[in-house]
Write a protein that binds this ligand. Structure first.
Ligand SMILES: Cc1cc2nc3c(=O)[nH]c(=O)nc-3n(C[C@H](O)[C@H](O)[C@H](O)COP(=O)(O)O)c2cc1C
Length: 191
């Protein structure tokens, strides 16, 4: 029996290569998963390995065949990780210029419990647009794992490779399941 379905959105940053860690953790806790990738993130992931683990194709583009109903992911929780500087800013502004961003926009709008885990260096994190984006998402009750309280800080520019292994996949999963447990009934309406 599944405890819920976790939709994962990966963006184009180094830790995307390790998203199978999140899939495995979720599976061990009886959650099903599916992964959507931004177009740029496809270069960072092993889609076949993800598909083997999740049992679902990695989605990155809209289905092209006419008549094929595009169903929204029936998600009980959403984790966007790693979330790039680019995508964090876009999500906060409501920009939906690819399939992944459209999915995120809709799921947040449906009040699906959402966790964002940025992977940005300190120079990018210092930019006013990024700080506004993080604050705006938190105002929308999106859980952004970033800062001293979350134990996850931006890294010095040029140190991303060494930071990749510390990416907080398990913390993200725990945050998502906690939010899902607190979600009001009906917030993940699958209709
Ligand atoms: C090798 C490589 C590593 C990158 N690492 C990061 C990163 O750690 N964080 C980040 O915000 N952008 C990083 N970028 C830049 C993003 O990939 C770029 O902004 C891209 O447009 C993001 O697309 P997306 O947000 O649609 O996934 C990296 C790019 C490359 C080529």
């Amino acid at each position: 029996m599944t405890r819920g379905h976790l939709q994962i959105v990966v963006c184009a940053a180094g830790p995307a290569a390790d998203v199978t860690q999140l899939v495995t953790t979720a599976t061990q806790h009886s959650w099903t998963t599916a992964v959507t990738a931004t177009p740029s993130a496809l270069d960072f992931i092993d889609a076949e390995a993800i598909e083997r683990l999740t049992g679902h194709p990695v989605r990155s583009a809209y289905r092209s065949s006419l008549g094929t109903r595009r169903s929204l992911p029936a998600a009980d929780a959403l984790i966007i990780a790693p979330a790039t500087y680019n995508s964090v800013n876009k999500i906060a502004l409501g920009i939906a210029d690819n399939y992944a961003m459209t999915t995120v926009a809709e799921l947040i709008g449906r009040q699906v419990p959402t966790v964002v885990v940025p992977f940005v260096n300190a120079a990018l994190a210092a930019r006013a647009p990024f700080q506004r984006a993080v604050a705006g998402l938190r105002d929308e009750r999106v859980r952004v794992l970033l800062g001293t309280d979350d134990g996850w800080e931006p890294h010095p520019p040029g140190s991303g490779n060494s930071r990749q292994k510390a990416f907080p996949w398990t913390t993200a999963f725990k945050a998502a399941t906690r939010l899902a447990g607190e979600a009001p009934a009906g917030s993940t309406d699958r209709s």
